[in-house]
Design a protein around this ligand. Structure first.
Ligand code: CTP
Ligand code: MG
Length: 261
């Protein structure tokens, strides 16, 4: 190294470009998948023969910046998930850990954050239920965090117009309260990316009652921190209901067909 010590220049330089950066992905995968119907926990159900979680872990590992993946598994499945990830090879550069999740997604994310080593500076939080997110989307989120945004969410414009209603029991007509301007709305996806200290603070200071927060970026907003949106991707959709499995398998079949040529 020929680098010269230059105290004056060092003092003027912003600290971030020289500080070491390490990016980890936390994958909440401890949900049951009630809306998908009876069966194994959602993350462990197969998509084209491979558990959804394995697809999701590979989607994170495909980004060269991600050197660690922390999977938050259903408490009774921690050992089996560890074995599953050992069986399904990840790139050499990617390390993984498996920890037990909680009752809500928010608790599960918190358990994943608690398992991160000290040197991690950037955190992605990615739903196991979004197994097909493309690497370019993951990289776009990471890049925005590394460019200085403390919280970044990938999102897409909506196809449908959205109405706010006064909710009534299922089947009853519901009075419309408002119609937000569609052009200003975005449907948010994951991975959401954060400066680690920011996300940590959000989880420590923002108390969400009931089912907890389903959106980590929303917790940062509650702290008054700026959150930015980058373009999401149609293939980052969440597998929620049975029809989503059909779509996911169709996407995988198309990828296989494209790879064959
Ligand atoms: N999740 C979690 N811990 C929980 C609840 C959810 O880690 N206690 C995870 C899920 O495994 C999923 C992600 O959060 O990867 C998004 O949640 P969702 O799509 O709602 O999945 P489930 O909660 O499993 O599905 P459902 O709400 O239909 O039961
Ligand atoms: Mg849920």
């Amino acid at each position: 190294m020929t680098e010269q010590a230059s105290p004056a220049r060092d003092a003027a330089a912003p600290p971030s470009p020289t500080a070491p950066v390490r990016t980890a992905a936390v994958i909440p995968a401890a949900g049951r998948g009630v809306r998908l119907g009876p069966g194994a926990p959602k993350a462990l159900r197969a998509l084209s023969g491979t558990p959804m979680l394995v697809h999701a872990v590979r989607a994170m590992a495909r980004s060269r910046a991600v050197s660690l993946v922390v999977v938050v598994a259903p408490a009774e499945e921690v050992a089996s998930v560890r074995a599953l990830l050992q069986d399904h090879a990840l790139p050499e550069r990617t390390d993984f850990r498996v920890v037990a999740g909680g009752e809500t997604r928010q608790e599960s994310v918190r358990a994943g954050l608690d398992a991160l080593p000290e040197d991690v500076t950037t955190v992605l939080v990615h739903d196991a239920a979004r197994p097909l997110v493309p690497a370019d989307t993951v990289d776009a989120v990471i890049e925005a965090v590394h460019s200085g945004a403390p919280a970044v969410v990938p999102a897409l414009p909506l196809a449908d117009t959205v109405k706010e209603v006064d909710p009534r029991p299922a089947g009853e007509p519901e009075p419309v309260v408002a119609t937000p301007v569609r052009a200003r709305l975005r449907a948010v996806q994951t991975p959401q990316g954060f400066d680690r200290a920011t996300l940590r603070r959000a989880h420590e200071e923002v108390a969400v009652s009931g089912d907890g927060a389903t959106d980590d970026a929303g917790m940062c907003e509650a702290l008054g921190l700026p959150v930015v949106v980058v373009p999401g991707h149609a293939e980052a959709f969440k597998v929620t209901r049975p029809l989503d499995l059909v779509l996911a398998e169709a996407v995988l079949a198309r990828r296989r067909a494209n790879d064959a040529f």
